[in-house]
Each structure stands twice: as structure tokens, then as C-alpha cells.
Write a protein that binds this ligand. Structure first.
Ligand code: SF4
Length: 469
């Protein structure tokens, strides 16, 4: 047998064994529901303990460490590990977090099993909720310093958990209505999980061949499994694995889902969440505290207020649940601080988001489209995902620095990730534009250049934060 044929057979066997392994893993998830439920309830107990207990403890002394102080430990787990790595996991393994670990999802589903079972109201199906809830939570979290103080974490995360249980109790029967429509992270998870190289693949031919009467799958996010073509809404819980011999856990190219988008498949609200939410509001929220422009803005506004004898906004009498107020650590926001944060984040969202939108519009015009080419915005998802990861990872870095961990590798890692996000997006946008094959190449390149000019503002802002300020 020739060497080429042998190599081909070896590759074929390897791919079969990989496929079998993934299928087995998916089937194991289906058959070991008890184990998954045990994991879920362990996470619920761990989550509630770290959320509630530290909120009633004194704030840590300056010399305390995360390994000997529960408040710092909870802070490290929530903001140093949980959020950055859950975001990253979306791009690596899809929404496994939602289907296997998320405490809010588990509690909401449990409440829904024993609740009123009402129909999902029309207002809840509005496509703009993921953008609104993500933006509101992100901005409010900055005003109350959710990353630093356990009371603020209890308010923001605990409030979200109570709302999840309330919505679960009212709507659906054993379903995750909260997760599908109102969860502040749902839209972001849906965007990032499109890149996961794992998915539950549905073979529609096999589906059609299976006996007509098979028990329905208890899919908590109410997906029409037969028609499922993407990862965005799937919680990767494994309950449908092997259903009608048509659903299998399988590997795929991380780019396939975005590249297979056609005009009309994309959601306009998804693109707005990407452009103004992830690349705008989240970037502003991560950057304001490091920005000299923020200080300048605050000083200018303070001077203006003093000149006009408007001293009320310089007072620091806002309650802790509205603006950060911790006299014991000398961390107190004045009304002016709160207003400055709102202006800074709002301006960042408008400038960054507006610039990207403008470039997208220009690209659309170059390609001869009269409508906004929303689909092309999805090509920027890798940059958005890495931007959010880097922002959240800065919290991890701050905590590691406080523990005097050597982080000399950090500038290099940040540069590599930024380049990866930019180049990946550049490649995706180019491939998406090439799909418009009736357009002359020079116009394709011009449209691509416009979109990447829009994206560069995000990279430039991180270069300022990481290497210049
Ligand atoms: S389609 Fe539904 S049941 Fe199947 S893995 Fe996804 S969330 Fe679970």
C-alpha cells in the first residue's frame, strides 16, 4: 500500500475515532442527567455561599490575601476566574456553562417546574432585551463598583438571580424563559458561542427516517431542534444527543457558522449588541478608571460646577446601592463621579460604536447596498470577544498583582490576543465579502478596508490603556 493511501486511511480512522469520542460524550451527557444535576446544585450552593456570606462580613484589611479572606476569595472567584473564563469558554466549547453549570439557569428551570406555567408574554420576546439588559447591568455595575464590593455583587448578581427565579416561576413549564429572553449575558453568550468548534449537529435526513412517534426532548431553552443550524441558542446540555439517531455532538470549523450567515439570517439587535454593547459600552466600562481623559472630564465638570455655584453635585451623599459609598476604605463616589462615569461610558459607546457603524455603512455603499449590511458586522465578533476577555482579565491581573504574582508575560500575551482578534476578524470579514462574488475585487477590498478601519479604533483604545497610559 502506498504511503499516501496509508496516511489517508490513518487520517480517516483518526477522524472516525474523534467523532465517536464526541458522540459518546454527548450521549453520556444525555444518560447521566443525575450527574449533571449534581454538578448544577453544587455550583448553586457554592455560588450562593460566595454571594451572600461575604456581603455580611467586614471589608478585608490591606494585608489580607484571597486565600485567607473569604471576601477576597469570592471576589477572585467571581471576577478573576468566573467571568473572564466563562466568556472564553463560549468561544471554545459553546454554552456548556449555561447547560451544565449556570446557577441562575438551574434555579430558574427549577422554579419553572413548580411555577404558574404562564405563556411567554409578547413584550418579553422583543429582540432588544439582550442589548438593554447587558448595557444596564454593565453600567450599573460600574456605578456601584460591583467588582470590588461584596454588597454590590450581591445586589447585581443576586438581583439577577431573584429575577431569574421570578420569571421562571411565572412563565413556561420547566423551561428557561429567563435565559432565552432577559438574562443580561444571553446575547453576548449567543454571539460568542457561534465560534465554538463543538456543536450539536442535526441530520435532517436521519430525523425524517426515524419513527414518527418519539418522545419529545425536554429542551430548556425551547429550541426547535430539527431546524437547529447554529450554536447561538443551544445551551449544550446534551439532552437531545442521539435523539431520533439524528443529533450528535460534533466538531466543526469555528468560522463555519458566521460564514454561512446569509442576508436576513442575522439579527439586527445582535449586531447592535456587538457594535454598541461589546465594542462600545463594555470597552468604556473597562477603560474609564485607567483613563486620563476621564480625570480631565471630571476636573472640567467640577470647575464648571464651582464657577456656577452648583455644589449639590459635588456632595457624596448617594446611598451605596446607587453610587459607590464605602467610607471605611475612603472609596466614595460623588454625584459628579457618577455623572462623569455615565458620560464617559456613553461617549465611548457613541464614538466607538458610531465610528464602526459609519464604516459599515460606507462598506455597504461601496458594495452597492442601499440597506445597512448588518451581516458583515458579525465578522467583528472575534475582536469583540477578545476585547471583552481582555477587559475582564484586567480584573484577574489586578488581583494577581495584589498577591505580588510575577506577570512579566502580560504585555506579550495582551499583544498576541489583540492581534489574534484583529487578524481573525479581518480574515472573516474578507471571506464574508468575497461571498458577494458579483462585486469587482477592488470594491471588495475597499469595503473590507472600511470595516477594518472601523475595527482599528478598538485596538487603538486597548493599546492606549495597556501600553501608553
Ligand atoms: S438543543 Fe436543547 S436539548 Fe439539545 S443540547 Fe441544545 S439546549 Fe440541550
Amino acid at each position: 500500500m502506498s504511503e499516501t493511501v496509508q496516511t489517508g486511511l490513518f487520517r480517516q480512522r483518526l477522524s472516525i475515532s474523534k467523532k465517536t469520542l464526541l458522540q459518546s460524550l454527548g450521549d453520556a451527557m444525555r444518560h447521566h442527567r443525575g450527574l449533571i444535576q449534581s454538578i448544577q446544585w453544587t455550583v448553586v450552593i457554592f455560588y450562593l455561599s460566595l454571594l451572600i456570606w461575604p456581603a455580611f462580613m467586614p471589608l478585608p484589611a490591606a494585608y489580607a490575601h484571597f486565600y485567607d479572606n473569604l471576601v477576597l476569595f469570592a471576589q477572585f472567584v467571581f471576577w478573576g476566574l468566573w467571568w473572564p473564563f466563562v466568556m472564553l469558554s463560549m468561544m471554545l466549547i459553546g454554552r456548556v456553562w449555561c447547560g451544565v453549570f449556570c446557577p441562575e439557569g438551574s434555579l430558574s428551570e427549577l422554579a419553572s417546574r413548580h411555577g404558574l406555567g404562564r405563556a411567554i408574554p409578547r413584550w418579553m420576546r422583543w429582540g432588544g432585551w439582550p442589548f438593554v439588559t447587558f448595557s444596564a447591568t454593565t453600567i450599573y455595575g460600574q456605578l456601584v463598583s460591583v467588582y470590588e464590593y461584596p454588597k454590590a455583587a450581591l445586589l447585581v448578581l443576586g438581583g439577577s438571580t431573584i429575577a431569574a427565579v421570578g420569571v421562571g416561576f411565572l412563565y413556561g413549564r420547566g423551561k428557561r424563559v429567563w435565559c432565552m429572553y432577559l438574562c443580561p449575558a444571553n446575547g453576548v453568550f449567543g454571539l460568542l458561542s457561534r465560534f465554538a468548534p463543538l456543536h450539536f449537529r442535526v441530520d435532517t435526513d436521519m430525523w425524517a427516517k426515524a419513527p414518527r412517534r418519539t418522545p419529545a426532548v425536554d429542551c430548556a431553552p425551547l429550541i426547535n431542534i430539527r431546524a437547529m443550524t447554529g450554536n447561538s441558542a443551544c445551551h449544550m446540555c446534551g439532552r437531545c444527543s442521539g435523539h431520533r439517531n439524528a443529533v450528535v455532538l460534533a466538531a466543526r470549523s469555528p468560522n463555519r457558522e458566521i460564514l454561512s450567515l446569509r442576508d436576513g439570517d442575522d439579527s439586527r439587535w445582535g449586531a447592535i449588541l456587538l457594535i454598541f454593547g461589546l465594542l462600545g459600552i463594555a470597552t468604556g466600562a473597562f477603560q474609564w478608571s485607567a483613563s486620563p481623559w476621564f480625570i480631565n472630564l471630571k476636573q472640567y465638570l467640577a470647575g464648571w460646577l464651582i464657577d456656577h455655584h452648583l455644589f449639590a453635585l459635588l456632595r457624596d451623599n448617594a446611598p451605596w446601592w446607587l453610587l459607590t459609598h464605602y467610607p471605611e476604605t475612603n472609596d466614595i463616589f460623588t454625584w459628579l463621579d457618577g455623572i462623569s462615569i455615565l458620560i464617559y461610558i456613553g461617549a465611548t459607546a457613541l464614538i466607538f460604536g458610531g465610528w464602526i457603524l459609519l464604516m459599515l455603512r460606507l462598506a455597504g455603499r461601496i458594495l452597492g447596498r442601499s440597506a445597512m449590511p448588518w451581516r458583515l458586522a458579525y465578522g467583528l465578533t472575534p475582536l469583540a470577544g477578545i476585547s471583552v476577555f481582555l477587559g475582564l482579565f484586567s480584573l484577574t491581573v489586578g488581583m494577581l498583582k495584589a498577591e505580588r504574582v510575577d506577570i512579566g508575560w502580560l504585555p506579550g500575551l495582551r499583544a498576541i490576543l489583540l492581534m489574534l482578534g484583529l487578524l481573525w476578524s479581518a480574515w472573516l470579514v474578507r471571506r464574508m465579502i468575497i461571498a458577494c462574488n458579483s462585486i469587482p475585487p477592488w470594491r471588495q477590498w475597499a469595503a473590507w478596508s472600511a470595516i477594518m478601519t472601523g475595527a482599528c479604533i478598538i485596538v487603538a483604545s486597548w493599546v492606549l490603556v495597556f501600553y501608553i497610559w
